[in-house]
Design a protein around this ligand. Structure first.
Ligand SMILES: [Zn+2]
Length: 251
């Protein structure tokens, strides 16, 4: 079983790009790469002060509460790896994103040191922990992301950000197009195509940051989740685990 999870970990780590394998693998030995264990489930980059550690602890508690409210209980227990510098984040294989998940390990950039991004990545881990291998394999990436966006309430992916994109006429996926982002590869291609991986450059140029793909997923899933609630989400997960196809379970 342990070997299975090690394989799953490396497969997951390898999905974003081939070179992420070794870098994500560094999270298996975070203390060898400048991170210090500051709580049973939190590694923090050396040089961070006590306030950063306390804030992270609080953020972790808030994220856990959010997972509990959404999923009814908490099955998973992720380990958080928090970088206070971009160099640390890049060294672990994070680039252009705010946070990442590798197996049950969450990697946070200095821009993602808050409950929103912990809850977002935790939702991916929790979802995976509740699905059979087959159901997990068939779960569309846009749905997994939409749930994570909806429950984590990050201002970066909010309904008001979506309305800003609409008002500014910034290209964004239609609902039909969103539903085609089924695999992680298709999702990441869309994130790239809509320029969502260029926000560090955009910010440096004094331009507003844009997140059309993540916001589209949140825009689609927020009303769905509000309507079905926690009980509906759990029933949906049970139907997927029983072998029902995604489209019919979603409707
Ligand atoms: Zn995500």
């Amino acid at each position: 079983m342990r070997q299975f999870w090690i394989i799953v970990f490396f497969l997951t780590a390898s999905l974003p790009s081939g070179c992420s394998i070794l870098q994500g693998g560094k999270l298996l030995a975070p203390e060898s790469f400048g991170l210090t264990l500051v709580a049973p489930d939190i590694y923090l980059e050396a040089g961070a002060d006590e306030t950063a550690r306390d804030n992270l602890r609080e953020a972790m508690d808030k994220a856990e509460k959010t997972i509990r409210v959404t999923y009814g209980s908490v099955n998973s227990r992720p380990i958080v790896h928090a970088c206070i510098t971009e160099e640390c984040y890049e060294a672990f294989g994070g680039r252009g994103s705010v946070a990442k998940v590798y197996g049950d390990r969450i990697l946070l950039s200095p821009r993602g040191l808050n409950w929103h991004f912990i809850a977002h990545e935790w939702s991916h881990i929790e979802m995976r922990s509740r699905l059979t291998f087959s159901a997990c394999w068939h779960l569309p990436q846009w749905f997994d992301e939409g749930i994570a966006v909806a429950i984590s309430e990050a201002p970066e992916h909010s309904e008001s950000h979506w309305q800003f994109l609409v008002a500014a006429n910034i290209p964004r996926p239609t609902r039909e197009e969103l539903h085609t982002f089924k695999s992680l590869r298709q999702w990441l291609d869309a994130v790239h195509r809509y320029g969502e991986d260029k926000n560090i450059e955009r910010k440096a140029n004094g331009e507003p940051e844009i997140r059309p793909v993540y916001s589209a997923a949140g825009h689609e899933l927020r009303p769905w989740l509000a309507k079905v609630g926690s009980a509906g989400l759990l029933a949906f997960i049970a139907r997927l685990n029983d072998g029902e196809n995604f489209e019919s379970a979603y409707r």
